[in-house]
Ligand binder design. Structure first.
Ligand code: PD2
Ligand code: ZN
Length: 308
């Protein structure tokens, strides 16, 4: 574990994505409307794997400003929509110190582990936002399922005994606000996120250790990658504080994260060489007393659109 600050926001450098897309343009327009400034937008794009010069040119275009001279020198003009190259660096928050600055406030980073990449963010959501997420979910909870590796179908399984509610991206104004916050904090564009899944665990309920990424060798899991490609990172947000049990456990590294209302554990699993980090094996331990509410956000390597 390390507590050093990482300053590799520009790591993708000239090796990052150079491709514009309607999703990227919409992402820029929305964030400009929300008041994000050019530097923050460029930084966010770099963290998501875009080439720095290309990002500056795109942001300048979106703001209606002249291109920075460097952009023209590098020939980084808007390219026609094309498939983005796989990102070569790890995704995720990149705190300059012990906190991530978002919309004028600091989100403390309670711990960070570099390998596998895991970090705990304090108070990502306010108490009121947590309560509102639970209230939005209550009347649509259904028994959770797992992906059948052979068929890709969603099956009820004893390994996952929670109930859950699934939401579309931007389905509700609150979800849109939270999705924009997650994009700003993680540096992963909102379009790369799957819809929120809100889960509820009663005493005894659990999610046994598993990987969130798909194994492309299993036909059913390969099917899940047809839209948006591979999952690259997960954010688990705790919507209440569970009195006993219910920790998110990472058994390969001996880490248990206790559910504390508003906190969020982030972990990413694609390594710089493109392989997937099996040290991110994780599970939801059985709740011992009270209950546990979480919201899970899975992030994909490419924009994720259901039905496209
Ligand atoms: O409930 C959890 O803490 C948990 C643990 C592992 C949730 C998930 N995975 C998940 O939703 O993927
Ligand atoms: Zn999981």
């Amino acid at each position: 574990m390390t507590f050093d600050s990482r300053t590799d926001a520009g790591a993708a450098g000239k090796q990052g994505y150079h491709a514009s897309s309607p999703e990227l343009e919409r992402w820029l327009a929305r964030h400009i409307k929300q008041g994000f400034k050019a530097d923050a937008l460029v930084l966010s794009m770099q963290r998501a794997g875009y080439d720095a010069t290309f990002a500056r040119a795109m942001v300048a275009d979106a703001l209606g400003q002249p291109h920075p001279a460097a952009a023209d020198a590098a020939g980084a003009t808007k390219a026609p929509a094309a498939r983005a190259r796989p990102k070569s660096d790890m995704v995720g928050p990149d705190p300059a110190g012990n906190a991530i600055r978002d919309a004028g406030r600091d989100i403390p980073v309670l711990f960070r582990i570099e390998a596998p990449r895991v970090m705990l963010l304090q108070g990502l959501l306010s108490e009121a936002e947590c309560d509102a997420m639970v209230a939005l979910s209550r009347d649509r909870m259904q028994r959770s399922s797992v992906v059948n590796p052979a068929t890709g179908d969603e099956n009820v399984h004893e390994a996952r005994t929670s109930t859950g509610a699934m939401f579309q991206v931007g389905e509700h104004p609150l979800l849109e606000v939270l999705e924009a916050r997650i994009a700003a904090v993680t540096g992963v564009p909102m379009e790369h996120g799957e819809g929120f899944q809100v889960l509820n665990y009663k005493p005894g309920a659990e999610y046994q250790p598993h990987y969130d990424y798909f194994n492309p060798k299993n036909p059913g899991e390969a099917r899940q990658m047809a839209v948006g490609g591979q999952r690259v990172a997960t954010l688990v947000i705790y919507l209440n504080s569970t009195p006993a049990g219910g920790a998110t456990t990472f058994p390969r590294i001996g880490l248990d994260v206790a559910p504390v209302k508003g906190n969020a554990v982030f972990f990413s699993y694609r390594l710089p060489d493109g392989t997937l980090d099996d040290r991110t094996l994780h599970g939801g331990m059985p709740v011992v007393s009270g209950e546990k509410w979480i919201a899970t956000k899975w992030l994909r390597e490419r924009p994720y659109r259901v039905g496209s």
